[in-house]
Design a protein. Structure first.
Length: 235
């Protein structure tokens, strides 16, 4: 039989690095991390205009059973994000407003769950951010053991307890805890460079020229013509 555990203590990244990654956003962090770390798009934001980051407290649950989510609340700290996975695919509504109330009372910033949530209108009204595979009213039980704070895979992305989770309207990205400071620096540098480019684009410049793409088009055999004839061919 597999061993089921609740790990009480995990290492976390520096709080300033975590908050800076939230400000940078998922798309920029993903690029800054070498285009790695994205959770699959099937786990999507269930609200708009919310951006958070925090340390991952992970949950491995039996599908349709939210017992281990309740167990995880006890080991969460302020600033954490709960990352919930199931041992086989599930869209059961494993999380609702009562669990959200409990997590919020312990300072948890949000939940990323590779399964379903319910009571979504109440969750939005109470301001508890959710990224989930589904919104589904299918009920759950509390009967099967699982584990808390063990390595998991969430929608194709490996997550280790204490990794930094960044989530916003674009999705969810995971940054390994040991890389948080380096990714923050790269994200801030990227954001500054994008601001410079934005000013150039606002002045009317073309990406073709800014990125020197005209030679590439020529090398790929793309030709410029003034118009096509009526048959769709070149005149």
């Amino acid at each position: 039989m597999a061993r089921n555990v609740v790990v009480r203590q995990i290492s976390r990244a520096d709080a300033a690095d975590i908050d800076a990654l939230a400000t940078a956003g998922v798309a920029t962090v993903h690029e800054a991390a070498g285009r790695t770390g994205l959770v699959g798009p099937e786990v999507a934001a269930r609200q708009q205009g919310v951006a958070i980051a925090g340390s991952a407290v992970t949950v491995s649950s039996h599908p349709g059973d939210n017992l281990m989510i309740h167990a995880a609340v006890e080991v969460c700290r302020p600033g954490d994000i709960l990352v919930v996975t199931t041992t086989s695919p599930s869209v059961h509504g494993m999380f609702g407003d009562l669990l959200a109330t409990s997590l919020k009372a312990h300072g948890v910033r949000g939940i990323v769950i590779d399964a379903g949530v319910r009571d979504i209108a109440t969750l939005r009204a109470m301001g508890f951010p959710v990224w989930s595979r589904a919104v589904h009213a299918q009920g759950t039980v509390k009967a099967t053991p699982g584990s808390v704070n063990v390595p998991v895979v969430c929608a194709g992305q490996a997550v280790v307890p204490g990794d930094v989770i960044v989530a916003d309207d674009d999705g969810v990205v995971c940054v390994p805890r040991a890389e948080a400071a380096a990714v923050r620096a790269a994200a801030e540098a990227r954001a500054a460079k994008e601001e410079e480019k934005r000013a150039v684009f606002e002045a009317g410049a073309l990406g073709l020229d800014l990125y020197n793409l005209r030679p590439l088009l020529a090398d790929l055999g793309v030709e410029y013509v003034d118009r096509l004839d009526e048959s769709g061919g070149q005149p």
